[in-house]
Unconditional design. Structure first.
Length: 258
């Protein structure tokens, strides 16, 4: 199943492995918040997790350390090689047509594929594959980019840019899709998953951190900045209307128990 060529080129040229682990404050914020949201909702280890779009295995590594049996699937061969170099079980594959068997995992993660599937029927295939491969009662966790993300980081492009391209899809750079909050929940429901809940990942301090980074040229903004951002992100978790202050949204939904 073919990926859009700009996506293969983007990940082939970049260093996805370093995005969350190089000490950059906004990367650490995303990693820590993703960890705490997943740890709160995943079944207790040991359990089988399918990490679809798992890239070089950044999440698969800490999940393995937590005691889970993790399988990574990613369409970019370089990512699969990097994941295997870390001793992970990893295969080349596509979220829209997985090789894994029906109901073979306790949880399925889609932390990335939905960013790069701009067409609704393609995203629906990825959701349905997640539902098919997760066991009854299991969890599907899917990350999406917030439709308003580019308004949180106006330094990344001019206002004209936003007006010209609209907020749903960006095609300069790797093709990227930005979800509405209700739309993300609806996609989970349409795939037959129940009780979808959407959390903001980075929380309301994200925009300030980006501005500080841009202003100072520093990527590591120090422990105080990180702790402050984590504190407001945790607070925002109790206020669903604040989810849209985050760059990333995380949808958590279940397959109905048998
Ligand atoms: C931003 S990276 C996220 C990697 C990792 N899951 C994380 O959260 O750090 C997006 C990942 O989605 C993968 N991806 C893109 N299109 C995909 C598709 N159709 N099926 C599965 N994975 C895909 C990319 O290769 C890349 O590894």
């Amino acid at each position: 199943m073919a990926l859009l060529p700009d996506i293969t080129a983007f990940y082939g040229a970049g260093d996805e492995a370093a995005r969350l682990t190089s000490g950059r404050t906004i990367g650490t914020l995303e990693l820590v918040r993703t960890q705490e949201l997943l740890r709160r909702h995943l079944p207790a280890p040991p359990a089988d997790i399918l990490d679809v779009g798992g890239g070089p295995g950044v999440h698969a590594r800490w999940l393995t350390d937590d005691g889970y049996r993790v399988t990574v699937v990613d369409p970019v061969e370089q990512h699969v090689r990097q994941a295997r170099d870390h001793g992970l079980t990893a295969f080349v594959g596509d979220a829209r047509q997985l090789d894994q068997e029906d109901a073979s995992f306790d949880a399925v993660l889609l932390l990335g594929p939905l960013y790069h599937l701009p067409d609704s029927p393609e995203r629906a295939r990825a959701w349905r594959e997640a539902r098919r491969t997760v066991r009854p009662g299991g969890l599907v966790a899917a990350a999406a980019l917030n439709r308003f993300a580019r308004l949180l980081d106006p330094g990344a492009g001019s206002a004209l840019d936003v007006a010209e391209t609209g907020l749903r899809t960006r095609r300069n750079g790797p093709t990227t899709y930005y979800h509405g909050l209700a739309e993300l929940r609806e996609e989970a429901r349409e795939a037959g998953l129940t009780n979808p809940a959407v959390h903001g990942v980075q929380g309301p301090a994200y925009a300030a951190l980006k501005a500080q980074e841009r202003h100072t040229g520093m990527r590591d903004l120090g422990p105080q900045a990180l702790e402050g951002a984590l504190a407001v992100a945790r607070f925002a978790d109790s206020r669903p209307e604040l989810a849209l202050t985050s760059m990333h949204l995380l949808a958590l939904a279940c397959r109905t128990p048998a």
